[in-house]
Write a protein that binds this ligand. Sequence first.
Ligand SMILES: Cc1cc2nc3c(=O)[nH]c(=O)nc-3n(C[C@H](O)[C@H](O)[C@H](O)COP(=O)(O)OP(=O)(O)OC[C@H]3O[C@@H](n4cnc5c(N)ncnc54)[C@H](O)[C@@H]3O)c2cc1C
Length: 740
Amino acid sequence: MQKKLGRNTVVLLGIGHTNAHVLRKWKMKPLENAELVCVSNFPTSTYSGMLPGVLSGQYPPEEMEIDLVRLCASAGVRLILDEVVGVDPVEQQLLFRNRPSLAYDALSIGVGSVPTFGDVEIADDNPLISVKPMQTFLSRLRDRLEAFGEDRNPRVAVVGGGIGSIEIALCLDQRMKTNPSSLGLGSGKQCEICLITGGDRVGAGLLESTRDKIESHFQRRGINAIAGSRVAEVTPSGLILKNGATQAADIVIWATSAVAPPILKALSLESDERGFVLTKSTLQSLSSDQIFAVGDSGTIQNQGLVKAGVYAVRQGPFLWDNIRRLLENRKPVSYVPQTGFLKLINTADGHAIGEYKNRSFQGRWCWALKNRIDLKFMKMYQDYSPMEMGGAEASADSEELMRCLGCGGKIGSKLLGEVLKELEVPTHEDVIIGLENPDDAAVIRTHGDQVTVTTDFFASPMDDPYLVGQIALLNSASDCCVMGAQPTSALAIVQLPLGHPRAQLQVMRELMAGSVAELKKMNATIVGGHSIEGPRLTAGFTVLGRQLTDPKTKGMLKEGDLLVSTKPLGTGVLLAALMQGMLPGRSYLPLVNTMLLSNYIAIRLIQDYQISAITDVTGFGMAGHLAEMLKASGKSATIRMDQVRLLPGCQTLIDAGIESTLAPDNRLVSDKVQFIGDVASPANAALFDPQTSGGLLFGIAETRLAEVMGFLGDEGFGETCVVGEVTPNPAGTSALTVIH
Ligand SMILES: Cc1cc2nc3c(=O)[nH]c(=O)nc-3n(C[C@H](O)[C@H](O)[C@H](O)COP(=O)(O)OP(=O)(O)OC[C@H]3O[C@@H](n4cnc5c(N)ncnc54)[C@H](O)[C@@H]3O)c2cc1C
């Protein structure tokens, strides 16, 4: 979204129960003159209160997830999915493993906790599944159950004894008794479940009457509760307890009490004996007033609170208030925890057990209450509709929302072609490949050497300058590589968003770091450029290259060639969805990862694999770029849609009506070739989707195919596929036929 960069930066590390509140409040009313950046290790955040209900099958997985990609996009907030390795409280910088540091004025750490293993010995080939990270818990459990090949029921030991482990045992039991195959277990099997706790009975910290109720549920359902001894060893075949007893187990679910995740140790802030960051009652770290530690990650000095989601949730409004107070130089307020809270345990059979203060209860109404509380809580975080704005700003911005950026912001090929036709572009003896026979890049002669030159830029559809720097560079350099030229140097063209110079500096630093990181991988360098400020981040590069070999120009396709595409299609659709807050979190990393795959390998393809002709698929979509090749080669082609790979979620978004603003223009491919197929069909839409840092498209003889596929697979292009073949052109007009 178009906005001015603010002076201050608020960074949320880990979007758990407390930090999510700040994100939600920001979406409702962002702080003036400030930026919010969310840093997470997953594109979704999981609500632990509903994890057992998802395990039992009472809810679909999406119900317990906050989609951070969608929430951040809809709030106009930057999301970084990357690994944090430290913090510099003096310089106020958050440090990453793979990208430049991020300056903050307020940092809130809410990365939760992990179950403790203490002094437990763990064999290499062990059956452990930790409940954290919760985002992957169910898929890891499913993998184990699917892989269980023995002719008996799998034995599952849940280690813990607190509310979380009790719910996991009960909810897994219910799922296994009602629908085991839906969690990957072979038909006719169930799990034999036991719960192991070091306490005297299950339910440490709960009222005795509540523990009675839990035990009676366990007995009735055949869940064996083994109390009184901690686990000493996890072996390949199960557990050895400290009292010497053994427990055979095929799967061990670890849900013990909380200790600090390793990242907290790396931050080197003053901490308690379990590694959690020590804070004042204002939630500010003892080491720095600019750093807050919240939820499980923080321990308020001298308060002795247990680690529980309810405290994390209640801290949200205090954190939001204190961040604002910090930025406004006002005195922070103290968080005052509630003295007790309602505990509700999902037994997964339509009932729940509960306790409040000194009373214990159970029944269907308890489950109804828990269900209502949990759904209401999650609803607050699952509103992904775009942030509301008023007046003129709103209409300007909604219009802006409609225009696609990235290569989807490219001007249509027709417009460009018409302008060039009108101009009498002079010829020059040193132009070897120019506008007379346009290709991916121009080749000119200087002092007798051939130099390849290309330029490209786009308005950024993403909020992360480091990624934008990487992608813009790869996108520009690709044109050079597909001409068989080694990139040597680049000039940057940057438009920085308007705003505070300090924030502009941070954007520029990250953008250039991203592009230089990619240039280094190509053994090239940056030699200059030009930057201005304007309404939004726009970045691109002019790349110069040394021609290493004769180019495999677009016009060199041969009859019978197989057409090979190295990346899945759909970046235009997914980026359009991202800008509208519609891109599901699970599609985000595949999108980013495909754009970050470097087309530098085109040089090797040209030099070593005898390909016929090659191009990269960018703004005009696969159909448009293939049409250019066919026209220049005087050939036709067939595309088999069932062979064309799409990014995850792409077809669903197309079917929901999402497309790039350039797609309609790209459908005018019939200006270039005869298109035999339904241009308007959603089933063909991906062919017209403009790609940002798209894949390579090349022709190769069938005899060379296996070799080239092996090479591309080794280089990380595992999605490479044959999409069609080149056919003769007896009618004299090139045709592109799409087959389903
Ligand atoms: C099965 C189970 C059920 C539970 N049920 C309840 C209950 O009913 N009631 C209750 O009060 N408590 C419950 N708890 C405890 C509760 O889950 C925690 O107290 C609560 O989640 C703490 O919230 P948080 O925001 O501190 O951390 P979390 O909710 O764990 O959120 C931390 C976030 O930080 C992210 N993160 C982690 N590491 C990094 C990193 N290095 N970089 C970036 N991001 C990172 C994580 O992906 C996550 O999104 C339960 C716990 C379990 C295991």
